[in-house]
Design a protein around this ligand. Sequence first.
Ligand SMILES: C[S@@+](CC[C@H](N)C(=O)[O-])C[C@H]1O[C@@H](n2cnc3c(N)ncnc32)[C@H](O)[C@@H]1O
Length: 293
Amino acid sequence: MSEPLNPTPETPGPAAEAPGPTPETALPAEDAHTEDDAAARRAASFERQRRLRQEPRFPGGPAADPAGSHHERRIRSFQPRRSRVTTGQEDALQRLWPTWGLDIDGRSVLDLPALFGGLPVVLEIGFGMGEATAQMAADDPGTGILAVDVHTPGQGNLLGLAERAGVSNVRVANGDAIILLREMLEPAALDGLRVYFPDPWPKKRHHKRRLIQPEFLDLVAQRLKPGALVHCATDWEPYAEQMLDVLTAHPLYENTQPDGGYAPRPAFRPLTRFEGQGLDKGHVVHDVLFTRR
Ligand SMILES: C[S@@+](CC[C@H](N)C(=O)[O-])C[C@H]1O[C@@H](n2cnc3c(N)ncnc32)[C@H](O)[C@@H]1O
């Protein structure tokens, strides 16, 4: 059976919600059903057309599928999700995206010193709802965080949190981190990489979607400065083992732990939302901390 790989711009991602009938226009159940179906079909068609035209869902906000189809398709480490954006997140996206957001369109190389006022910059891949990211930015204003995710509600949430915390050392990037790393960063541009609770892809046939793999580490090594810290954490034991194995086997990384094992959780990593969910299920969390040689 074929797997749902590499969605095209026509098929993935969040869709506009079909408006339901208002109380004044409500119809008897059968008619309402037909009306609802027609309205849903119209909304879906409108959404498809919008995506084909590459128009953003929020004018002035993050673009839908910013890299479009002009980049080689690859197995993706994320699952496109239909996601509801709250009013607060939508407000943050529309007000703050032009200043703090950037679309990963693969078309230009970022000037990180200009974007972060010369601060050292760490890349965080998959910030989810961004609570941990906003806290790390507030705790360490001397480090810039280039935070990337494809999840629109999370982007809005992080923008709102960063604004409320009054921090200016976070940029929110929308799109696939692989395209960002491959097309939009200079060699040795980054001072660190953080990947906290990446999607574990537990089924064997999906393991190829896991982010932390040898080819990913090859690409990351080109973008990291010597001495840069690579910090991964997961509550999925087999993925923790994979992280430790592939990093240990890679000639360009060195374990910070003299015994070659997992690291104690560093004080700078706050509890993340997914970590909390894992702990509630009784999972054990592992941190993996390596340096780029
Ligand atoms: C399981 S969540 C963890 C979120 C957060 N770090 C936490 O611990 O709560 C993983 C996140 O990584 C994002 N993600 C996965 N692959 C990605 C990629 N290639 N580029 C950008 N984001 C990605 C997903 O969209 C998702 O939000």
